[in-house]
Design a protein around this ligand. Structure first.
Ligand code: ATP
Length: 217
């Protein structure tokens, strides 16, 4: 289960469609960075989400919004590698390419609880723990699975503190509460389509892009 011994601080990987990126994503990333003592968080916007029937907004626009939201924030960066790959944006491919770059350094795949509950539907999901740790942030209304493949995974791999995530490079699951901001990108898109203002739900720079482009009208 344990990976190779870590050579320096863990890197958080926060993937998503970010259609649009909002304060629920940003606050969660910040709190996980603090709770886990991550050296950095990389936001990795997904080009082609494998799990969605509906197509997301144009990738260039979503990328612009993520870049604007992340801005100069200390310890945050945007990684555009999924836009450089053809085909569906599978996390296992992203993590494998990151692993080849960073060597023996912990990688932490950061997930909301809804994303974690869907994990067994992900492409080659059992291999994710061979490359990275999985960190789950509680989200309102979601309950920790006690049985099934995720219950088994938690029984075998769960860490009670962040320490093992620093010592090993991959293979552990850590679950932690973060401040609950019940903001959903789907609800935001709906509200925007009705002509509502997204102020205080997204950073002002993201709001400006949304208003200027009219992308959710
Ligand atoms: P949609 O409503 O379009 O499905 P989403 O925000 O749930 O959007 P993504 O942008 O793909 O979907 O989410 C990226 C990651 O952020 C996922 O791990 C998801 O669980 C997490 N996440 C989304 N919203 C929140 C929130 N309000 N608080 C914490 N985590 C969130």
């Amino acid at each position: 289960m344990a990976g190779a011994t870590a050579t320096s601080g863990p890197i958080g990987i926060f993937g998503g469609t970010f259609d649009p990126i909002h304060f629920g994503h940003l606050r969660t990333a910040l709190e996980l960075r603090e709770i886990l003592g991550l050296a950095e968080v990389r936001f990795i916007p997904c080009r082609v989400p494998p799990h969605r029937d509906a197509l997301p907004s144009a990738g260039a626009l979503r990328l612009d919004m993520v870049r604007a939201a992340v801005g100069e924030e200390d310890g945050f960066s945007v990684d555009e590698r999924e836009f450089e790959r053809p085909g569906p944006s599978y996390s296992i491919d992203t993590l494998t390419s990151l692993r080849a770059e960073v060597g023996p350094r912990p990688l932490c795949l950061l997930l909301g609880m809804d994303a974690f509950l869907g994990l067994p539907t992900w492409h080659r999901w059992t291999e994710l723990l061979d490359v990275a740790h999985v960190v789950v942030a509680h989200r309102p209304g979601w309950v920790m699975p006690a049985d099934g493949p995720l219950g088994k995974l938690l029984a075998q791999r769960r860490a009670d503190t962040p320490k093992p995530l620093h010592e090993d490079t991959h293979g552990r699951v850590f679950v932690t509460a973060v401040t609950q901001l019940e903001i959903s990108a789907t609800d935001l898109r709906g509200a925007l389509a009705r002509g509502n203002d997204p102020r205080y739900l997204v950073p002002d720079v993201v709001r400006e892009i949304i208003m200027r482009s009219g992308c959710y009208r």
